[in-house]
Write a protein that binds this ligand. Sequence first.
Ligand SMILES: [Zn+2]
Length: 278
Amino acid sequence: MPELPEVETARSLIADEALSRLIVDVDDSDTFVCRPYSPGELRDALIGRTLTAAHRRGKAMWVETSEVGGSQVTGPDLGIHLGMSGRIVVRSSGGQAAEGGGPRRRDAQPRKAEWDRFTLTFADGGSLVLLDKRRLGRVRLNPDIDALGPDAATVTPAEFRNLITKGSIAVKARLLDQSKIAGVGNLLADEILWKAKVSPAARTGSLQRKDADRLYRALKAAVESATAKGGVHTGDVIAARHPSGTCPRCGAEMRHGTVGGRSTWWCSREQAAEVQSG
Ligand SMILES: [Zn+2]
């Protein structure tokens, strides 16, 4: 599932390749991905405009659009959510495709035309496509991002310390709470906790300042590394998240349980604390 680093690769692709290209056609016929709009509504809202800036907070991404014709009024923000497996494909005027949104699976089936859930066609003959086999992505205008916490890539140490030490829930559940901090999904949370040597089940209220600061450094390092390497699957502990897996740092057995409602792996020695399974 795309987490912050995967969405960032999609955002930067749009920022690098899709801005300032005139939109001459829009395929918004997938009424599920484009709900609640009817076919043609997104087309009418976007045609004749260009994309002008690509933004992201957590896993939410949106693109500003230009005015149309002689109007002084800029267009709506185009929100594109990648869902569970969506990818962005931008084609040049010559038909060359670049992709963002995380790694392509090696065992990927040949792509089918219907996986193109939403397409902007540019005047130069190129396009921007939301490719989404599972159809869990979503396109909408002016998405509401106010409910999201600060972005995990830009949260400040003070903001982070405050949000990670309040209340008394499992620290992993807090990391996954998009309203508190936006962009951390299941794999990134396990990587951060492992890097910081903090038990996923540790209570937020029990964390000391030094724990919070270690978690902050782990968050920054994990996000930067995953963004540079192309996705959260590249994390140091990710390959050890399986039965008989061993900690890549100390060699101890990895443990498994459910924390924050999600499948969780942690080092039995360095992240030792009671975790209730189930
Ligand atoms: Zn270990």
